[in-house]
Design a protein around this ligand. Sequence first.
Ligand SMILES: Cc1ncc(COP(=O)(O)O)c(C=O)c1O
Length: 413
Amino acid sequence: MEPIDSLHPRWLRLLAESGLASEFTRGSGSHLYDAQGRAVLDFCGGYGAVSVGHFHPKAVTAIAEFLSSGRPALTAIGVPQVSQVLAHRAVAYACVPDHVVLFGGTGSEAIEIAIRACIAGTRRGEIVCVHGGFHGVTQAARELSSPLFDGADEPIAGIKTIRVHINDAKQVEHVVQTGNVAAVLIEIIQASAGAAEWTLQGLGCVAAVCQRTQTPLIVDEIMTGFARTGSPFAFHRLDGLVPDVIVSGKALTAGLVPLALVMIRRDLYYKACDNGMPQTLLGSTFSLSALAATLALAVLDVICADTFCAHAAQAASALLQSLEGLADGGLIGDVRGKGLLIAFQPLMTGDQPDAWSAYDFCKGALSRGLVVTPAPHAADFVVLTPPLNIGFEEIEIFEQITRDSILEARATT
Ligand SMILES: Cc1ncc(COP(=O)(O)O)c(C=O)c1O
């Protein structure tokens, strides 16, 4: 086919120049295949969305049955029963039976819904967010994220953000007490910052401050939700924590169609509605897609099946063991994260990480048959979010490719 340049040409050129322009024509389980049939191991999993592997049979069956049923995916009028069932299953899975659900198309949209609900529900205007965070690409979600490489950080009319440091609960306390804060927005594990994590103590302090000052706590679990980090949601790691708002997406539809959701404390939801927000809280065209909800229910069934999470836990400890072995051998530096959201520092030139070492690693690994991505806010970290049903043999191959890629890079410097 003739080269075409209609799609974001600058980005495509950048990918081509950095050796990351591969195209895959087939996916199956934890593998992607190019047009020549070459298999590569997928430890990125569509940025954590491919939770149950590419084309899990149950996900495929759910979509096929839906398509052959003749049921419409979008109706505009009315709310599909299946979306209501999904909302019920989601709050039960998250153990927040008193929360209500709002759906969004993408994670970014769900973040916007969450902050709008908090601004309306509290009638306050400021959002506290955290350095190193990533919440999406729409204008407000982006303003709440740390700037990416282009340094753009344009303010958005109507939202004032206050950025604090991860684990600095005192700073959160100060801004919440002195400001006009509508919500505190955190990721318990920041994938984009190389799996930087809130300590349980820091998390507990922030939750306590939020509760004392009646400031909603929003946890962005778009990356960490639905069993990614070894518990249903990352917030479950802190006993007794019930965030006012939980935002998730990605894993719910296994990377096949977009769907995200906001679980919001019922009284906060009603306050937001009473304060004039009902229309904008309802989400966008695809929020109530019956196809997406049908698929999500099938994915939830897979995740909740008897042995699924037990396997994910064993795979996570095998992966950690592999990485610890590489660290003991001096090939990688820090290893961080939980469950199957793990980040590590490849030491490409010696015993210290270079600023952009993760990019060099990803390029070398791809040429050897492994897809991984750098952490956008910590360019010396590679982030791993493989499918939760990744095999033990695949973890061994990952280890081998990681070792070979680093040794080869060292041999040529
Ligand atoms: C933690 C987090 N929040 C929000 C988003 C945005 O989600 P989406 O890309 O579906 O808009 C992402 C996407 O990577 C994410 O990792």
